[in-house]
Design a protein around this ligand. Structure first.
Ligand code: PLP
Length: 215
C-alpha cells in the first residue's frame, strides 16, 4: 500500500521536485517499506523521535527536520540531519552553527517563513526574513548553509487562498535570488496542497498522510 501510494505521488511530480515522506508518528516498519521502495528522504517533526528512528534504520536515509526546533535539542540531530526546514531565528541558526562545528559538518538549513493567516504557525514574517538576508546574518555561521525557504499555507478549503500564499513565497524566493542569494530549495506543499504548491514553483514537497495514512 505504501509503495503504491509513493509510486502514484511520484508519477505526478516533475523531475526537479524532491519528495520528503513525512513519517512522524509512524512506526519504523513503514519507513523501511518506503525506503525499500526507493524513497530516500524522510521528514520528522520531533527531535527525539527522529533520533530514535535514525538509530534503528539504514544509515543512508536522509533525515529532514520539519517541525519547530528548540535550541537545546539541536545537539541531538547535528551529527546526522540532512536538512533543517524550520529555522525561524538567528538564535537557532547560531546554535546549529555551534553544533555543526562540534560535529565537524556544515548543516543545510531553510528559513521558515510564516505565510499563513493562522497565528499558530511558526516562522519569520516576510519583513524579518527580508532583513535576515539583507544583513547576511548567515555569513557569521560557517557551519550552516542556508539553502532556501520553507512555508506552510493556511489550513483552509479555499484553494485560491492557498495558491496565493504559495505564490507570494515563490515571489519572495525569486526576489532573493535576483539579489544574488543563490537559493536552491523552496519547500512548500503537504498532502492536501502539494499539487498547488508544485504549480506555484515548489522544489520540495513534504507529504505524510497521503503516503502513510491518516495520523
Ligand atoms: C506533518 C507535516 C507535514 C505533512 O503533513 P501531511 O498533511 O500528513 O502531508 C508537512 N510539513 C510539516 C511542517 C508538518 O508538520
Amino acid at each position: 500500500m505504501i509503495k503504491e501510494r509513493l509510486v502514484s505521488i511520484k508519477s505526478t511530480l516533475p523531475q526537479h521536485v524532491t519528495l520528503v515522506a513525512v513519517s512522524k508518528t509512524k512506526p519504523v516498519e513503514f519507513i523501511r517499506e518506503a525506503f525499500e521502495a526507493g524513497q530516500k528522504s524522510f521528514g520528522e517533526n520531533k527531535v527525539q523521535e527522529m533520533e530514535q528512528k535514525h538509530q534503528q534504520l539504514p544509515a543512508d536515509i536522509d533525515w529532514h527536520l520539519i517541525g519547530h526546533l528548540q535550541t537545546n535539542k539541536v545537539k541531538y540531530i547535528a551529527p546526522f540531519v540532512k536538512l533543517i526546514h524550520s529555522v525561524d531565528s538567528e538564535k537557532l541558526l547560531k546554535e546549529i552553527d555551534k553544533q555543526g562545528a562540534k560535529a565537524q559538518r556544515v548543516i543545510d538549513c531553510l528559513i521558515q517563513v510564516h505565510i499563513a493567516k493562522e497565528e499558530t504557525k511558526f516562522g519569520m514574517s516576510y519583513e524579518e526574513a527580508g532583513s535576515f538576508f539583507e544583513r547576511k546574518v548567515f555569513e557569521n555561521y560557517p557551519y550552516t548553509r542556508v539553502k532556501g525557504l520553507m512555508g506552510m499555507a493556511s489550513n483552509v478549503a479555499d484553494e485560491s487562498v492557498i495558491r496565493s500564499e504559495f505564490r507570494g513565497l515563490k515571489k519572495f524566493f525569486d526576489s532573493l535570488n535576483e539579489r544574488g542569494f543563490g537559493l536552491e530549495i523552496l519547500s512548500m506543499g503537504m498532502s492536501h496542497d502539494y499539487k498547488i504548491a508544485v504549480e506555484e514553483g515548489s522544489t520540495m514537497v513534504r507529504v505524510g498522510s497521503a503516503i502513510f495514512g491518516e495520523r
